[in-house]
Design a protein around this ligand. Sequence first.
Ligand SMILES: Cc1cc2nc3c(=O)[nH]c(=O)nc-3n(C[C@H](O)[C@H](O)[C@H](O)COP(=O)(O)OP(=O)(O)OC[C@H]3O[C@@H](n4cnc5c(N)ncnc54)[C@H](O)[C@@H]3O)c2cc1C
Length: 378
Amino acid sequence: MEDLRRAVRDLCLQFDDAYWQRLDEAREYPEAFVDALTRGGYLACLVPEAYGGPGLGIAEACVILEEINRSGANSAACHAQMYTMGTILRHGSDEQKARYLPAIARGELRLQAFAVTEPDAGSDTTSIQTSAEKRGDRYVVSGQKVFISRVQHSDLMVLLARTTPRDQIAKRTDGLSVFLVDLRTVGDTIRVRPTRTMINHESNEVFFDGMEIPADSLVGEEGRGFHYILAGMNAERILLASESVGDGLYFIDRAAEYANSRQVFGRPIGQNQGIQFPIADAYMEIRAAAAMRDAAAEAFDGGQTRGAEPNMAKYLASRAAWKAANVAMDTFGGWGMASEYGLERKFRESRLYLVAPVANNLVLSHVAQHVLGLPRSF
Ligand SMILES: Cc1cc2nc3c(=O)[nH]c(=O)nc-3n(C[C@H](O)[C@H](O)[C@H](O)COP(=O)(O)OP(=O)(O)OC[C@H]3O[C@@H](n4cnc5c(N)ncnc54)[C@H](O)[C@@H]3O)c2cc1C
């Protein structure tokens, strides 16, 4: 594990603050960085050996993403390449696995777009309206998604769409299906409009204007899509918790370094307990979140499928990172706001994980209901 950590750290050293700063200002995709990670095989780490990947566990994937974010880089540009293929692996046909997974393992295919959220269905996934209607050997997809990341840098997209109208289903989790869409073949039946956000994150509105896809784009059984998406969420939660742990450690590294070097009133500011205590406090919270993340990763690699630990890891890590972000900002005084220091960019980036891929309130309700047995609140 330490070798892996060191190797990722060395790779990230090639992409310094100035690189990320320049992309942030220009709102550009970190193509060179993503290429380097792909060539190193890191984004394919979870693809099993049977499909040409290294078949590493989620614990190793956590180390990779943690180190990327600790270095000051931003995994969000490509993290989905690691785990979105899990939907094919778990629920795809043998033919789909053979067609796509080896190419993903070789780094020749990008599957890093994942389309679930809609204007009226964010936290409430079962309210999605985008429809996929079967017509002969095709499905015809109509509707709109929002916040679909990396579509313009992906060959394939996992799509959740409604195959049975809402008024014809017994349970609200029924009637949804997952499709693997080959974005290279859909032409102008799909329209993509970028959404500018407070971070350099390639996110888009996606409009489906009667997009036709072959019937064999369906993954698994029709109507089981919500359960398939849910099954993929545990890996995503654990991996994104790792990015938050990495962000948190980035802030602590930077704050401690600055607190040691910045002299005010003739002594390092870190000599003041008002500066050093919050850094120590934030550091301990990150370590605690990392321990929860490790427990979740170990359980996941051991075959556990329940959502409690992955959700708790994501919640604790995102909050610990956000706390550390604010502590680092306080430590840097006015200079925290100066873009050249890189801190304000990371500050913005780390904020995302309080709300995505699941808003932290929804984690609280998951734990309240499913762990503590409290009444369902919605
Ligand atoms: C940069 C970015 C990238 C994203 N990338 C993707 C992507 O690639 N693919 C994709 O499908 N989605 C993506 N998302 C969407 C993301 O998953 C949603 O934003 C998230 O699930 C929250 O949905 P929402 O924004 O609609 O908030 P809403 O569901 O409208 O919720 C708004 C607020 O109300 C709170 N809330 C709602 N219901 C309750 C309740 N019952 N009790 C208490 N509080 C409640 C929520 O916690 C939240 O704080 C992305 C989002 C962002 C910002």
